[in-house]
Ligand binder design. Structure first.
Ligand SMILES: Cc1cc2nc3c(=O)[nH]c(=O)nc-3n(C[C@H](O)[C@H](O)[C@H](O)COP(=O)(O)OP(=O)(O)OC[C@H]3O[C@@H](n4cnc5c(N)ncnc54)[C@H](O)[C@@H]3O)c2cc1C
Length: 527
């Protein structure tokens, strides 16, 4: 078959893009590095404990030592499976704040303001709480569900959060994201709804679609300034494909910039160092790496938490409940509550996000374990960190992973914001009814600790929330990687459409936004 477009990566953005291009009558080749399973284990929401960190499903990136966090080297999971990271993620579905997109537009990206992206958020989803209120969607392929199971400890935490000063928000994807809310999941009837399952699976029999898995694209072929196709390794064999109208990179924030560099688009000095002939001088490819730095604060409770569900008999019962009724602890995302707050009232909008897990895990030398104690985890992270990292090629071998320089606590303002977040964790947990059920924090510095002690704690405990963005920054200027229409600057017939194009981070987890980017890209690429 000859193709109109080649889409690289069947993740959060690549899946809706493929589906929408097919709807426009285009012939599409969708190439995915990961392998499709006959019975995808990823559909069990609780399976992420098995898939994250497992090379069968995860690219398993490791960062370079981070000098801003005592030289920490850490895992950066990225989905390597149909559905990409949406197939191994925590299933939290959140759009972010209106102000995030208005800021993108204000940076010189017309068409990306809230009024422009809202129609895509609406058309992508079928939400349980579609109230026909002009904000939610009721007809889209992506199911968004209310929690089918709530732990009593989450109710208690919610009450204390409100007592600490936050407002209760009945729909965090509604009119405003601000306040504390029950989580919503990218799940359908208790099963994970990855972007691939939602958008591509229903179209697999479409004669205009060819989907190939287990195939790693090695570079985009560019002739006379135009992208003509790709070279790839398919189950160990070199193959190449061409497309009439062009190629779209949806390989995610780590792999899209890597593929651009391997194809000769990047900083010429860097490219030449690795023996790659520079075709386009694009110095920001791989730069502007933004994350959500944050903490996992564990609290020990006097009351039962979901840690008890991990005991063999309870675990078996919970699995049975999921298998036969699609309900219970295994049918829901890990986070029960989500909150966005302003750490200081004078702020224009929210700067901190919180999640509550009704359980706590312990990291041993080799694996994550569920301890016997009754634990909960309070996650707190910065929405718009000022610290910026970057990626570098290690070599021109497409199968060698890039080097990730996270530098997550580089900017002093981020340390201040996180200190404010620690104060908020203490404030929430000091309010009844949660305070009455809590015994102690496991690792948070004791109240009254010095500023130096708290900063030392931050430097050893701050981690990424697995939301890297920005490495193929969109913008109107001469060093942006893609234009506001997602065209790669300097090449015809080549686009990037995934989380890497975000010019500034969003408030919240990034899956819904990546889906929006893929969906919107279809209209930008093929009107
Ligand atoms: C463990 C984890 C938990 C998370 N939890 C949440 C959450 O609860 N809620 C939320 O909103 N967000 C969450 N995120 C983030 C969110 O899932 C991602 O931001 C989003 O999925 C990114 O979408 P993407 O399209 O940019 O990339 P991806 O979805 O990662 O898709 C990229 C795809 O391209 C493929 N690919 C890459 N290189 C090549 C190549 N050379 N050839 C062929 N194919 C290639 C990959 O295999 C992958 O399928 C989480 C992420 C992780 C890793």
């Amino acid at each position: 078959m000859d193709f109109d477009y080649i889409v690289i990566g069947s993740g959060s953005a690549g899946s809706p893009l493929t589906a929408r291009l097919l709807d426009k009558g285009m012939k599409v080749l969708l190439i995915e590095a990961g392998k499709r399973e006959r019975i995808p284990i990823t559909r069990l929401p609780a399976a992420l404990i098995h898939t994250v960190g497992n090379p069968r499903y995860d690219w398993c990136y490791k960062t370079e030592p981070d000098p801003t966090r005592n030289g920490l080297v850490e895992a950066w999971p990225r989905g390597k499976v149909p559905g990409g990271s949406s197939a191994i993620n925590g299933m939290i579905f959140i759009r972010g704040a209106k102000q995030d997109y208005d800021a993108w537009e204000a940076l010189g990206n017309p068409g990306w303001g809230w009024k422009d992206v809202l129609p895509y958020f609406r058309r992508m989803e079928t939400a349980d709480n579609d109230k026909d209120n002009g904000v939610r969607g009721g007809m889209g392929p992506q199911r968004v569900s209310a929690l089918r199971w709530k732990h009593p400890v989450s109710e208690t935490f919610l009450k204390s959060f409100v007592a600490a000063g936050a407002t209760f928000n009945a729909d965090m994807n509604g009119v405003s994201h601000e306040g504390v809310a029950w989580n919503q999941g990218s799940t359908k009837n208790g099963i994970r709804a990855s972007a691939f399952d939602s958008f591509v699976l229903p179209k697999l029999k479409d004669a205009r679609l060819r989907f190939i898995d287990d195939t790693v694209v090695e570079r985009v072929t560019i002739k006379d300034g135009r992208a003509t196709g790709v070279e790839a390794l398919q189950s160990g064999n070199k193959v190449s494909f061409t497309a009439r109208r062009g190629v779209v990179l949806c390989a995610g924030s780590i792999n899209s910039p890597q593929l651009l560099m391997l194809s000769g688009i990047g900083d010429p000095v860097e490219l030449k160092k690795h023996g790659i002939t520079p075709l386009v001088d694009s110095p920001e490819v791989g730069k502007n790496l933004l994350e959500h730095p944050g903490l996992y604060a564990l609290a020990e409770m006097k009351v039962p938490t979901a840690n008890r569900m991990a005991r063999p008999l309870r675990g078996a019962l919970a699995f049975g409940e999921w298998l036969f009724r699609r309900r219970g602890v295994m049918s829901v995302p890990t986070a029960q509550l989500i909150a966005f707050i302003r750490s200081r009232p004078e702020l224009e909008y929210t700067d901190l996000q919180f999640h509550l897990f009704p359980f706590g895990l312990a990291q041993t030398k080799t694996k994550l374990e569920v301890p016997k104690a009754d634990l909960v985890t309070i996650l707190m992270n910065i929405n718009h960190s000022k610290s910026v990292g970057h990626l570098e090629l290690r070599s021109k071998d497409p199968h060698e992973k890039v080097a990730i320089f996270a530098r997550m606590l580089d900017h002093p303002d981020d340390v201040e914001t996180l200190l404010g977040g620690i104060a908020w964790i203490r404030k929430i947990c000091a309010q009844p009814p949660f305070s009455k059920d809590m015994i102690r924090f496991l690792d948070l510095p004791a109240e009254g600790s010095s500023r130096e002690e708290e900063i030392a704690y931050l430097r050893r405990s701050t981690v990424p929330f697995f939301h890297p963005v920005g490495t193929c920054r969109m913008g109107p200027d001469d060093t942006a990687v893609v234009r506001p229409d997602l065209k790669v600057r300097g090449v015809e017939g080549l686009w990037v459409a995934d989380a890497s194009i975000m010019p500034r981070h969003i408030s919240g987890n990034t899956n819904a936004t990546a889906i929006m980017i893929g969906d919107k890209a279809s209209d930008l690429i093929h009107a």
